[in-house]
Design a protein around this ligand. Sequence first.
Ligand SMILES: [Zn+2]
Ligand SMILES: [Zn+2]
Ligand SMILES: [Zn+2]
Length: 333
Amino acid sequence: MDQLRRDPVAGRWVIVFTDKPYAPKDFDIETLPDKKGTCPFCYGHEGMTPPEIQAHREGATKANSPGWSTRVVPNKFPALKIEGELNRQGLGMFDFSNGVGAHEVIIETPDHTKSLADLLDHEVEKVIWSYRDRSVDLHGDKRFRYIMIFKNHGFSAGASLAHSHSQLIALPMVPKNVNEELAGASKYYEYKERCIFCDMLAQEQSENERLICENSRFLAFSPFASRFPFEVWILPKEHHSDFSFIQTEDVIELARILKEILLRIKRVLGDVPYNFIIHTSPIEEQEREDYHWHIEIMPKLMRIAGFEWGSGFYINPTSPEVAAKYLRKAKIV
Ligand SMILES: [Zn+2]
Ligand SMILES: [Zn+2]
Ligand SMILES: [Zn+2]
């Protein structure tokens, strides 16, 4: 029998194929061609992006010239613009606001051909530091309430450029998906006086069915109600609600486990398109007891169709237990 599983945080339902789960070979993966010559993220093309906000540079190289290892620039085609004050208005029953926000691009490597999974641990660390430093900086901007960091890898996952990069958007309001997750987590906390994610960590460790890998600071597993085949969550073992408070030791271990997971996905599924999102608490002065930051990684192996849009249910043809088994077994050295 297939199962209907409920995500304990968000409350959404997933139809999970447990009878005849799809194997990696059962999915068609689209890979698309790539234009290298005019890439604005390559060395020597720094002038094609808006001036850099921050960069990791070796030695004394000048801003907006080669010599960087990661580079953060404003998005040339921002979804939201950084200038101006937030101005919320009403039009009859409708609410609207001007599009204030920060939209930045983190270029993860000068090497056009490498993906995040191909970088060395210390290179991935610099990417995580960029995420953290930009988060901390934008935390200070009183107009913003939420900072979303995410990556689209591959065209069908929404990336418009092949050169490896991730994005950060600072928002003047807390997104609905985040509010739903916060509400689910705080309801559990009210009832049990424990963090739902801390409980999930403990249960995944003791059940050992969906674990993929771990290190001293992080655990990676296929979540019980995975919406997508080969979905992976990475959670810090210590309770923290806000990613931007991450400490040095955690940056090092996060870089290691994130790279390892992306490499495992690549070994099992090939160069599959994926998204990952850092789920963190809204901008607040202090950490909160009822929420626990984490990363959700979603390979794009299927299209979302009418049933999913209409019902909010998902259909996942590879049970997380089976997905975890493949990902655990992947040879990564
Ligand atoms: Zn490039
Ligand atoms: Zn927790
Ligand atoms: Zn989440």
